[in-house]
Design a protein around this ligand. Structure first.
Ligand code: FAD
Ligand code: 2HG
Ligand code: ZN
Length: 457
């Protein structure tokens, strides 16, 4: 095993005192310095109710200048900070580990500009994803990303986690869609990389350092993003398959078709296709469904007949994480695995776990991303021992990634060597030291807090 989640508070960090609070009130105003216990409790605990810190202070800046003033001060005082968006992260990255100051971006929620010709949206980091989706819908565009947490997650959080989600297979990752961003560094410098150009090869493209760095290198304050036009014809198919082999084959086909699932099937696939010719798209989807059924790849299926049915199909898929939370405790693993081996892990995990817990597998088939969720009535060390480090070793052995889309956060900081080489982690550590010498930004997350010998991993 390469380590555990346990971290020790960095003794070099200061503790917030009354003078600090006064200083923060001067910066963001009285009502944006949160010391109220109920609000702090919500901000201290993550979506899964698994990771909980004990911060006594949350700040709600209203501008990049305020973020800059906060970080300048925190850096000079060695006060650790956790950047927070919608707090929907699933790896314990968005909440304090100890008493870090929470800097929540929710008041920075303005849309700065939208260009209807290019589809380029520029906005502040605290904009809620669903609000951006609605805004663009009114202009005939869509966001290139969509996820079940859209009602709460913020674009700054999406960028900082390089969120994948439900449209990545079609529109690609945020490394491609984010054209620029503004970030505030640990020392308070505001770095303006908020370009709106499609092409700009003037040296290192440093915005990529902030995409997916989970608040460890800077606070993202503004984002510029390329949004695709909304297409008029949307088709959704909900298919049932009898075996995993059929799922893999279907994933390679580029048609659209959907039968409705009935009970007794083992596998389900949700496919959405978009195009601009409704009649042609529907015909293609139907032809695809027919041939898949003839080949025995699909045993049942349903095509959404209207927008209501389409959204109800998506609700089934998007509602899985919440449904699992209601069943008790969940051990979540977010893995990239070569498609042909993906289901082997599920089978192996089921035989290890037996009837101690329920092994639930879903994800983003088109992206090779498995969400392996092990659901039990309550957290239990005996179950955890059956899962870890087996799940990480298995993934590493098959040259997968131990975090496909959720990041490392606190949960997997010490597991990084399962997916990255010693030299890569060394380089990441050097970059972190250069950009945040005192380590005040999201400490204990992303990078390992245990020393790992060169030949490990
Ligand atoms: P938070 O949870 O607040 O923070 C996440 C991380 O980013 C933390 O490390 C935090 O410090 C950092 N951070 C947040 N804002 C900033 C900022 N402005 N600057 C710097 N750092 C910042 N994820 C996927 O990839 N795909 C999915 O399909 C998906 N579906 C989900 C469905 C549900 C129901 C839930 C609960 C979560 C899902 N997630 C998914 C995980 C999560 O929603 C994403 O990681 C999301 O991008 C987090 O955004 P947030 O605003 O909630 O960020
Ligand atoms: C999803 O795809 C999210 O629904 C959450 O990434 C995955 O709950 C999970 O494990
Ligand atoms: Zn996902």
């Amino acid at each position: 095993c390469l380590g555990t989640v346990a971290a020790t508070r960095n003794p070099l960090f200061s503790t917030v005192n009354d003078d600090d609070v006064k200083y923060f009130i001067d910066i963001v105003g009285d009502k944006n310095v949160i010391q109220d216990e109920d609000r702090l409790q919500t901000a201290n605990i993550d979506w899964m109710r698994k990771f909980e810190g004990s911060s006594k202070l949350m700040l709600l800046p209203r501008s990049s200048i305020e973020v800059s003033q906060i970080l300048t001060y925190c850096n000079s005082r060695s006060l650790a900070v956790v950047p927070q968006g919608g707090n929907t992260g699933l790896v314990g990255g968005s909440v304090p580990v100890f008493d870090e100051v929470i800097v929540n971006l929710s008041l920075m929620n303005n849309i700065i500009s939208f260009d209807k010709v290019s589809g380029i949206l520029v906005c502040e980091a605290g904009c809620i994803l669903e609000n951006l989706i609605s805004y663009l819908d009114n202009h005939g565009f869509i966001m290139p990303l969509d996820l079940g947490a859209k009602g709460s997650c913020q674009i700054g959080g999406n960028v900082s986690t390089n969120a994948g989600g439900l449209r990545l297979v079609r529109y690609g990752s945020l490394h491609g869609n984010v054209l620029g961003l503004e970030a505030v560094l640990a020392n308070g410098s505001v770095v303006d990389m908020l370009g709106t150009l499609r092409k700009d090869n003037t040296g290192y493209d440093l915005k990529h350092m902030f995409i997916g760095s989970e608040g460890s290198l800077g606070i993202v304050t503004k984002v510029s993003i390329l949004t695709p036009p909304k297409l008029s014809s949307v088709n959704i198919a909900f298919l049932a398959c009898e075996d995993y082999f059929s799922c893999q084959v279907l994933h390679h086909l580029d048609g659209l078709r959907n039968p409705i699932p009935t009970s007794g099937h083992k596998f389900f696939i949700l496919i959405e296709t978009t195009g601009s010719n409704e009649l042609y798209d529907k015909e293609r989807l139907e032809a695809f469904l027919l041939s898949s059924m003839e080949q025995g790849l699909v045993s049942d299926g349903v095509l959404a007949q209207d927008i209501n049915q389409a959204s109800s199909f998506w609700r089934i898929r998007e509602g899985i994480p919440e449904a699992l939370m209601k069943a008790g405790a969940v051990y979540k693993y977010d893995l990239s695995i070569p498609l042909e081996r993906m289901y082997d892990l599920v089978d192996e995990m089921r035989s290890r776990i037996g009837n101690q817990a329920n092994v639930v597998a879903y994800g983003h088939l088109g992206d090779g991303n498995l969400h392996l969720n092990i659901s039990a009535p309550q957290y239990d060390d005996a179950i955890l021992e059956q899962i870890e480090p087996f799940v990480y070793e298995w993934t590493s052995r098959h040259r997968g990634s131990i975090s496909a889309e959720h990041g490392l956060g606190l949960m997997k900081a010490n597991m990084i060597y399962y997916s990255k080489s010693y030299e890569t982690v060394q380089l990441m550590t050097s970059i972190k030291k250069l950009m945040d010498p005192k380590g005040i930004l999201n400490p204990y997350k992303v990078l390992p807090h245990t020393i790992v010998p060169q030949n490990s991993g």
